[in-house]
Ligand binder design. Structure first.
Ligand SMILES: [Zn+2]
Length: 210
């Protein structure tokens, strides 16, 4: 499995591009911006984008979704609980002083227990609300990886001061969904360096005493 992580946009959102070698199909997670760079990377690996998955509807994670969908025709997956955020993306743009991106229809609403497949590989949807109501993580057991959006970071966790954020909900999500994964699971956060579940259990100051 090809896995490239491309920091995109002004806030350096970690956009993940997975590509399966057999059928040359790709999944793009959180195309927040810099769609030309994403497409160039997809092309370099001779892939065809088959799915676009959103971990949560903050502008830095969804800004390039419409442009990428237009370029590839791939369906968009998002948790319905973040639709109110997505529907008012122009408010987020005004806070951040960024241009308002084009919006696009969400093709498939995903929720806890859903699976999205890429070739033979299963991406399991874990609902991890707190940073936003519809935040999800994608766990890929066969690769020992979890894409956790802005729920958990190396030594930190997502902010909860934005509309729909809630710190108790976030801690509960981390404890019940992420810390329950095998310790060797590699964590790919929405921003910044990678880590593992085991490392965060020991060193993350926000998780001590859980
Ligand atoms: Zn966010």
């Amino acid at each position: 499995m090809i896995h490239e992580i491309l920091p995109v946009g002004a806030l350096a959102c970690n956009c993940s591009i997975f590509g399966e070698e057999a059928g040359r199909t790709a999944m793009v997670i959180d195309p927040g911006d810099d769609v030309d760079d994403i497409l160039a990377l997809v092309e370099r690996h001779h892939l065809r984008v088959a799915s676009i998955v959103i971990t949560h509807a903050h502008l830095d994670h969804v800004g390039g979704v419409a442009e990428l969908k237009k370029a590839t025709g791939a369906p968009v997956y998002m948790d319905a609980l973040d639709e109110p955020l997505y529907d008012r993306i122009e408010i987020q743009a005004s806070w951040l002083g960024l241009p308002v991106p084009e919006k696009v229809a969400i093709d498939t609403k995903i929720c806890e227990g859903d699976e999205i497949t890429l070739g033979e590989t299963k991406f399991m949807v874990l609902e991890t609300p707190g940073h936003s109501p519809g935040s999800i993580s994608l766990w890929i057991p066969s690769l020992n990886k979890v894409m956790c959006g802005d729920t958990l970071f190396r030594d930190s966790m997502g902010r909860t001061d934005l509309p729909g954020g809630d710190s108790r909900t976030l801690l509960r999500s981390i404890q019940s969904k992420l810390l329950a994964l095998p310790e060797e699971t590699q964590v790919v956060p929405g921003h910044g360096p990678l880590t593992t579940i085991g490392r965060e259990k020991v060193y993350n100051p926000f998780l001590q005493g859980l």
